[in-house]
Write a protein that binds this ligand. Structure first.
Ligand SMILES: Cc1ncc(COP(=O)(O)O)c(C=O)c1O
Length: 410
């Protein structure tokens, strides 16, 4: 056993205090990693079919990489970018106009973020005092909730249930919670459920926000991956800009996941508060990356191609999984297929999705991610590595073959 360092008792309570680093709880993604390692060790002959990765598999478009190379050589791009260069903000405003018909002032209503993840740490810092509440949908991207708790606030969980179309039940939030709530964090297209928002849902969100004086943060990370008609921005709906912001990301729709860039857009006073907190947290993304991302935002062909690829792969996956008993359909958006977990494989019964996913990895080296927060679901990502359609088809045939032998029941 290792000896505690002299400062062990100094760790802040928010990360565990004096017990920091001592918990032996194993989290979901670590369990998956361990099971994958074990499956590879026990069956080196069996290729791992990995549907667990939640990251784009392609590099950014060649034109975007060429722009970065050129911009990196310019002396004027060498320094601190602070709260961002105007060219990127202008390109973001043009993108919002072209794609959604949304008009934004690129000076006051848009500010970049170093990927959208840090924006979910900073937005609670703009609003949450100890005792305040953030309303968070679950399952979901947890960063805003984690930071709410770091700041002494509380998280009220809004389960996304299949029977409600994966929309939160806003009417069911207790009055005392609504009174303490300052932020509502939503995410459409939703990860992991794949649900897309409707205009009617957004109208209800705006009405809820106004009535209860709650600021809305809409996470649009997956917005370019929308498969049911045109993608819908929260800011398209009348009144949205009065109640909140939408956070966009270059990661998913533009294959720029490792480049770390996004933007916060909406009410100028919220954007300003975010920019103030940001200014005290980072010094902005490398200007060359911002220029390259501006080029990406000005090229409508990029998100169209990314979307077409993942939609094609989702269709193939749905066909394969349906053939072995899953009841699923192509989701409204994202590159995830979120589908009810099997209850058993032959005589082996599963208490939850986590047990099912561990079994699939151990028995057939098929990896996916379990979600047990609101029902038992498995999330299959179509971001697997396959160099062409023939490889995709071969992978689907192999997936079907392995799962067929397991006699899954639902
Ligand atoms: C729903 C959702 N929001 C936000 C993010 C953060 O994306 P990024 O920080 O790359 O912009 C992710 C990434 O996985 C996500 O799935």
């Amino acid at each position: 056993m290792s000896v505690d360092p002299w400062f062990q008792s100094l760790f802040a309570e928010r990360i565990g205090g004096a017990n920091y680093g001592k918990s032996d709880a194993i989290y979901k993604f670590e369990k998956i990693k361990r099971a994958k390692r074990q499956a590879l060790a026990e069956h080196p002959e069996r290729k791992l079919l990995d549907f667990g990765i939640g990251e784009n598999d392609d590099m950014a478009d060649e034109s975007v990489r060429a722009s970065l190379k050129a911009e990196a050589d310019k002396v004027e791009n060498r320094g601190y970018a602070d709260n961002g260069i105007q060219n990127y903000k202008d390109a973001a405003a043009e993108f919002m106009k072209r794609q959604f018909g949304v008009t934004l002032d690129p000076v006051t209503e848009i500010c970049h973020c170093i990927g959208s993840k840090p924006a979910y740490a900073m937005l609670p810092a703009c609003f949450i005092n100890p005792g305040d509440v953030t309303l968070m949908t679950v399952p979901g991207y947890p960063v805003a909730g984690t930071w709410t708790k770091y700041l002494g606030g509380d998280v009220h969980r809004l389960p996304l249930l299949k029977e409600n179309g994966f929309f939160p039940d806003l009417a069911g939030i207790p009055a005392d919670v609504k009174k303490r709530a300052k932020l509502l964090v939503i995410n459409y297209p939703n990860s992991p459920t794949g649900a897309v928002a409707t205009k009617d849902f957004y109208k209800r969100v705006i009405d809820f926000a106004r009535t209860n004086e709650i600021v809305v943060v809409q996470d649009a990370a997956h917005i370019c991956l929308s498969y049911q008609g045109e993608p819908l921005s929260f800011l398209q709906i009348d009144g949205a800009k009065d109640v909140g912001v939408e956070v966009h990301s270059m990661s998913k729709g533009f294959n720029m996941i490792g480049w770390r860039l996004g933007f916060v857009a909406g009410h100028p006073k919220i954007v300003q508060a975010y920019a103030d907190v940001k200014d005290n947290s980072d010094s902005g993304q490398f200007m060359a990356i911002q220029h390259a991302a501006a080029a990406a935002l000005r090229n409508p062909a990029i998100p169209v191609a990314v979307k077409a690829k993942y939609e094609r792969r989702l269709k193939k996956l749905v066909t394969a999984l349906k053939a072995v008993g899953f009841q699923c359909e192509v989701p409204g958006g994202t590159y995830f297929l979120y589908t009810s977990s099997p209850k058993a494989a032959g005589d082996r019964k599963f208490a939850n999705a986590e047990e099912a996913s561990q079994y699939l990895i151990h028995e057939q080296s098929v990896c996916c991610v379990p979600w047990d927060d609101a029902g038992s679901f498995l999330r299959f990502s179509v971001t697997y590595i396959a160099k062409d359609e023939a490889e995709e088809d071969a992978l689907m045939a192999e997936t079907m073959n392995r799962l067929k032998g397991m006699k899954l029941t639902f």
